[in-house]
Design a protein around this ligand. Structure first.
Ligand code: SAM
Length: 420
């Protein structure tokens, strides 16, 4: 549906378009090597490339400023395109980098054997245990800590620091942290499960290695250039445009605390001593220290309207939403600046609801795009079928697995705009 600069349309009545609902081919195994919240379906990137090329655009560089675990990165390079991406979370960029490389099977096996050899020889001292971060001790039993320490040392000892193979094995290490910890399985909130029997470190690592090795075998050798930066996109200096096509799904307002959800990996991989520091700059986080009045003054009309209605229900939520909408406004300006002339941007975004206040993220996004200069804005809807996390919310708007609760993310919007 073409918008024609009119944002006063009924977003609920936009029809679902089959084209964006399902993929034509099975997803590559590479997309399942590491769990990631709010990962989007791989086929969106393929369809976006087809859409742009049918429109007459020559797609050389694809960009995703919220690259997460590298879904767009993997699919863009698989289609022979160059890729630039960023994510503020170091766990995300580690996985995204791992996914956008191709590995020699024999070298993977060689390193795996060396790691196991070193693992068997490695001893962990009482001191090593004492020095372990308190937060790690909170999540893990001593046996798992000892074995994970041995495994981590062995990985670093076995593979040269600058080798792409190091990222491969660190990603494998990262994905076995939840099953080997006391983290409540599949929980979207950091929560201990006192009854859990944590998985065996070596058995899990070996299984994870097999999954990743098989995924890599499916992957064709490609010659694309890939640049993935672990940065806050809002701080990126864009000197000149460099992307032909943007395919991205921005964070939702106060839905996921990515820093908290990835804390096991960030702590074990020494990205930080205090995972909470990674909330800073993370768009959509509830924990920002904000200047509400300043944010409120910058809001566009849709943002202002939503924040005002939220303010009457929950002041803290209203402050976070104001910060989120300002961040998104700046994101859209930067997205426009990074696009080459005739470039196309495609955003996947969903609407939510909080204490009966409808949070029309899609409408806000469209208004940002119009204000920034995007033209020919089109909007369609798709059904959400394979999000890892629960789409259900309780009456306070909190996630729940209770299927009788309100379902919030059953549909999402695809918003496409062009730069002339
Ligand atoms: C909806 S997820 C993207 C998921 C991705 N499409 C995938 O398939 O994995 C949004 C991402 O935005 C990232 N993010 C949040 N604030 C950011 C910022 N200021 N700069 C860069 N990335 C940010 C989060 O860490 C998260 O990975």
């Amino acid at each position: 549906m073409q918008i024609n600069n009119n944002i006063n349309i009924d977003f609920d009545s936009i029809p679902i378009e089959e084209f964006w609902n399902t993929g034509d081919v099975k997803e590559n195994k590479m997309h399942r090597i590491h769990s990631y919240p709010a990962k989007f379906p791989a086929f969106i990137t393929n369809k976006a490339i087809d859409y742009a090329e049918n429109y007459g655009l020559k797609v050389d560089w694809v960009g995703d400023m919220f690259c997460g675990c590298g879904t767009t990165a993997f699919e863009a390079t698989r289609n022979g395109k160059n890729f630039w991406g960023s994510d503020i979370n170091p766990v995300a960029t580690l996985i995204a980098k791992t996914k956008s490389q191709v590995y020699k099977d024999s070298t993977l096996n060689k390193y795996y054997d060396i790691i196991l050899n070193n693992y068997r020889k490695k001893n962990v001292s009482k001191n090593d245990l004492l020095e372990t971060n308190e937060r790690i001790k909170y999540w893990f039993k001593e046996e798992q800590i000892i074995n994970l320490l041995k495994l981590k040392y062995s990985i670093y000892q076995s593979i040269p620091q600058k080798s792409k193979y190091l990222n491969f094995f660190l990603t494998a290490f990262s994905n076995i942290l939840k099953p080997t910890s006391m983290w409540l399985t599949k929980s979207i909130k950091p929560q201990l499960d006192p009854n859990k029997k944590p998985a065996n470190v070596l058995t899990n690592f070996s299984r994870q290695f097999d999954i990743m090795r098989l995924a890599n075998q499916e992957n064709d050798n490609n010659k694309s250039q890939v640049r993935i930066e672990n940065i806050n996109f809002l701080n990126k200096k864009i000197k000149k445009p460099f992307a032909d096509l943007i395919v991205t799904s921005p964070p939702y307002v106060t839905s996921y605390e990515y820093a908290d959800l990835h804390q096991l990996s960030t702590l074990w991989l020494d990205f930080t001593n205090d995972y909470k520091t990674l909330r800073e700059g993370s768009i959509g986080s509830l924990y920002h220290n904000t200047d509400f009045i300043k944010d409120a003054k910058q809001l566009n009309k849709t943002g202002e309207d939503i924040v005002f209605r939220l303010y009457n229900k929950d002041k803290r939520k209203a402050r976070s939403a104001a910060k989120y909408f300002v961040d998104m406004q700046n994101t859209i300006v930067k997205s426009y600046n990074m696009l080459n002339n005739n470039g196309i941007a495609l955003f996947v975004i969903g609407n939510t609801e909080y204490k009966s206040v409808k949070i029309n993220n899609a409408k806000h996004l469209v208004e940002c795009m119009i204000n920034t200069g995007f033209t020919d804005i089109e909007i369609t809807k798709r059904k959400i079928s394979n999000k890892i996390l629960t789409p259900y919310r309780d009456k306070n708007g909190k996630f729940t697995t209770d299927k009788s609760s309100r379902k919030v993310y059953a549909e999402e919007f695809i918003v496409i705009g062009k730069k002339e």
